[in-house]
Design a protein around this ligand. Structure first.
Ligand SMILES: *[C@@H]1O[C@H](CO)[C@@H](O)[C@H](O)[C@H]1NC(C)=O
Ligand SMILES: *[C@@H]1O[C@H](CO)[C@@H](O)[C@H](O)[C@H]1NC(C)=O
Ligand SMILES: *[C@@H]1O[C@H](CO)[C@@H](O)[C@H](O)[C@H]1NC(C)=O
Ligand SMILES: *[C@@H]1O[C@H](CO)[C@@H](O)[C@H](O)[C@H]1NC(C)=O
Length: 707
């Protein structure tokens, strides 16, 4: 915390001589926290990991940047606290933007939507069947909240447009990420590895934005690390390490504002994080604490007893960015390119004269093993290079991979022939998209998927080289915006590595030439951009909205409560007095938080209120979006008679040491839905409040005499 404040103060003080504004800039932030109860989380694909409360709210952070000399030439970057961008979400966002702003203002060509890759948000918003397995189908309310929130963030940024300047900086952050498949990394050529100090990227890339008066209005940072500081036993919605970094930065820059309500917007976006873990102590065995087997990530041959040491706080400290004063100036020019690519069928030259093709999508065995950040649920281990008879017999019974697909995907053993299954609709995409945005000499590649460390480096380098060779400035900076474009899915690449077949390789769905195919298309795009030429638009992806199966319907059950109680009743109350630093816990009889998820966007299920000593009305000091508050929600009982579910909501406030002493209370706002005798649905908005409690200072007040 201290380090962060110091960096920040140095930064703001460091803003020196004002330059003339070189862009129009607008920022917008909007709530995309999906249903906080009963929704499978997107990330670990762990059955039973459902949302059950909120730690941090999720946000879409949008930046519109326009040229000074032509305000209609603009580009938009949106970073969202979500698992990944989604083709269907993006299509719907563009159709809404068209209604709001006309056909040409914000389109697939000039907007990049990127997911931070938090593993602690609700799922159900992707259109391909494979991603609906863990989320039990499509989830309409989850989807709508994300679409509407992204559109709203762009609308806010649009109306915020004003003259400003953009600065670029970069720096190394050590002790904040490790390679989670180091045995795969070392299979990259020695000469290539020798050019780097680390087996992960340690660089944080930063764009800083100030208005015409040189007042800070926002930053976007890119850093390669998985937001998996929260593990797969977590049920609280959270932006994880990146969401926390955004929260901290925005709280410091927007004093007195509730989270998500301030003007200054800080996005911590994803990059080539495919093989990068935040769990810096490495994967260890539960019983011995020893590091587990490097290749298979098992302990004594057994798969499960692994823990990754969680360093949420230290990771976040490391992610807190430097906002230094030696930024370089980027000249004013905006450009963008977008292309759909049929990745099932790209021809690449693997060596001079030797051609090869990418394959229809398929997942390998090691994919099902998961990673050390979140092991899979079945009996798979990483490093699986051969088919397993038991599993292949099951899979063959459902959807046997064709011989052609097996040959194309080799050496990856095919577990799921996702490109060959179309029941009930496509399992994985063939049509994906790639994008490039240019702001001055800063170029962002919107990469569809999770590039690994080395594949990201190769892509950045070859794009930069192509641009510079074709007339871009020598100091052109290329960053990789991960899980973006209209990225339908996580896809990871293992560079040229064929042998190790850990999770990343198994999830490289278009076969061994996946990376070469992306590089080829990005290089062509970079050439086109540097020559001012257009690129081929490519084939449109399908819109599968009508086909989606929605299975997790809320209205199958209703809320219930014990007789003689009311929704909002306090089941466990606060004590009378707390010393700052202690935690208050209050439990309420509650309804299902999914009932009013949409109404609660921009709102809060809980508040901490301060009661002024002079008797004035209470003032809200915390919401459910604060780091120091959490609420967890769980079903406690199913009523056989009414078929309703009783549930409890537990609020915890970890009172910060610097909390002003005084009287406080905690309130929960909710909605309950019950079915009436005649079958209709009755909706009850309720609230409940704890008793008022005192918070006293942790430090002895200065005037206390020493008796
Ligand atoms: C997951 O995180 C929780 C909370 O930090 C911790 O209690 C638990 O042991 C972790 N589980 C594993 C498998 O690391
Ligand atoms: C993508 O390529 C595959 C393989 O050639 C082909 O079967 C498929 O029809 C193509 N899809 C589209 C939409 O062009
Ligand atoms: C895991 O799979 C192997 C075969 O590869 C089998 O021998 C073993 O019994 C399985 N273990 C469990 C726990 O299912
Ligand atoms: C449940 O909700 C879905 C969608 O929200 C709706 O189509 C369906 O008719 C509802 N079912 C009942 C029994 O109310």
């Amino acid at each position: 915390m201290v380090a962060f404040v110091l960096l920040l103060l140095a930064a703001v003080a460091g803003l020196s001589a004002a330059e003339d504004p070189n862009y129009y800039i607008g920022t917008g932030i909007y709530d995309i926290t999906g249903p906080a109860g009963g929704i499978p989380m997107m990330g670990y694909a762990k059955p039973g990991q459902l949302t059950g409360g909120i730690h941090l709210r999720l946000f879409a952070r949008a930046y519109v940047v326009a040229e000074m000399r032509n305000i209609n030439r603009r580009t938009v970057f949106v970073s969202c606290d979500m698992g990944m961008a989604s083709q269907l979400v993006t299509m719907k966002v563009f159709s809404k933007l068209k209604t709001l702003f006309g056909a040409d203002m914000y389109t697939k060509d000039n907007v990049v939507i990127s997911g931070t890759h938090t593993h602690s948000g609700p799922g159900g918003y992707l259109q391909y069947a494979m991603y609906g397995i863990s989320t039990i189908g499509f989830i309409r309310d989850s989807f709508d909240i994300i679409v509407d929130g992204i559109v709203e963030s762009i609308r806010l940024a649009h109306h915020d447009l004003r003259p400003g300047s953009i600065y670029y900086n970069e720096g190394e952050l050590l002790l904040s990420n490790i390679n989670r498949s180091p045995t795969s990394y070392v299979l990259n050529p020695k000469s290539e590895r020798a050019r780097y100090n680390y087996d992960v990227d340690k660089t944080m890339w930063i764009l800083k934005m100030v208005d015409g008066a040189d007042d800070p209005i926002g930053i976007i940072t890119w850093f390669a690390v998985h937001p998996t500081s929260m593990n797969n036993s977590n049920h609280l919605i959270s932006g994880d390490n990146k969401g926390y970094a955004s929260y901290l930065f925005e709280q410091k820059m927007n004093p007195g504002k509730m989270p998500g309500k301030g003007k200054f917007t800080a996005a911590f976006a994803s990059s080539n994080l495919g093989d990068v873990s935040p769990n810096t102590a490495g994967p260890r065995c539960l019983d011995t604490g020893e590091l587990c087997d490097l290749l298979t990530s098992t302990c004594n041959g057994k798969h499960n007893p692994i823990f990754s040491v969680h360093r949420m706080d230290s990771n976040c400290v490391a992610l807190w960015t430097r906002w230094a004063d030696d930024d370089s100036w980027t000249p004013a020019s905006i450009d963008f390119r977008h292309q759909f690519v049929n990745m099932s069928n790209v021809e690449v030259e693997v060596s001079p004269g030797e051609m090869a093709r990418t394959c229809a999508p398929a997942m390998g065995y090691s994919f099902a093993a998961g990673t050390t950040d979140g092991p899979g649920s079945f009996n798979f281990t990483q490093g699986t290079t051969e088919e397993n008879e038991f599993w292949s017999s099951i899979v063959d019974a459902i959807a046997p991979p064709s011989e052609q697909l097996k040959a194309c995907q080799a050496p990856k053993p095919v577990l799921l022939a996702t490109g060959e299954i179309s029941f009930p609709y496509a399992w994985q995409p063939s049509i994906v998209e790639i994008q490039m945005l240019r702001i001055g000499q800063f170029v962002s590649d919107g990469s569809p998927g999770e590039f690994t460390t080395m594949s990201g480096r190769r892509l950045r380098e070859s794009v930069a080289k192509t641009l510079v060779n074709n007339g871009f400035p020598e100091d052109t900076k290329v960053v990789l915006a991960g899980l973006s474009g209209t990225t339908p899915v996580p896809r990871r690449f293992e560079g040229s590595i064929r042998g190790a077949q850990r999770y990343e390789a198994a999830s490289t769905i278009f076969g061994p030439h996946t990376l070469s195919a992306y590089m080829k298309n990005f290089i062509l795009m970079a050439e086109a951009m540097s020559k001012g030429e257009a690129v081929d638009q490519g084939p449109n992806p399908p819109d599968l909205e009508e086909n989606q199966l929605e299975l997790l319907l809320l209205n199958r059950t209703h809320d219930s409560k014990p007789v003689n109680t009311n929704y909002g009743d306090v089941l466990e109350d606060a004590s009378d007095t707390y010393i700052a630093g202690e935690s208050v816990v209050v439990k309420f009889q509650s309804g299902h938080p999914r009932n009013n998820a949409k109404d609660m966007i921009g709102g809060t299920y809980i508040t901490v209120d301060n009661h002024p000593a002079n008797g004035g009305s209470p003032v809200t000091v915390k919401t459910d979006a604060h780091w120091d508050t959490t609420f967890s929600w769980k079903v406690t009982k199913r009523d056989i008679l009414t078929r309703g579910k009783q549930s409890e909501l537990t609020v915890t406030w970890n009172i910060p040491i610097d909390t002003p002493p005084g009287a406080y209370s905690i309130t929960h706002y909710g909605q309950a839905r019950t079915s009436s005798i005649i079958g209709g649905e009755v909706t009850i908005d309720y609230q409940g409040t704890s008793k008022t409690f005192q918070v006293v200072s942790a430090r002895r007040p200065a005037h206390t005499s020493n008796l």
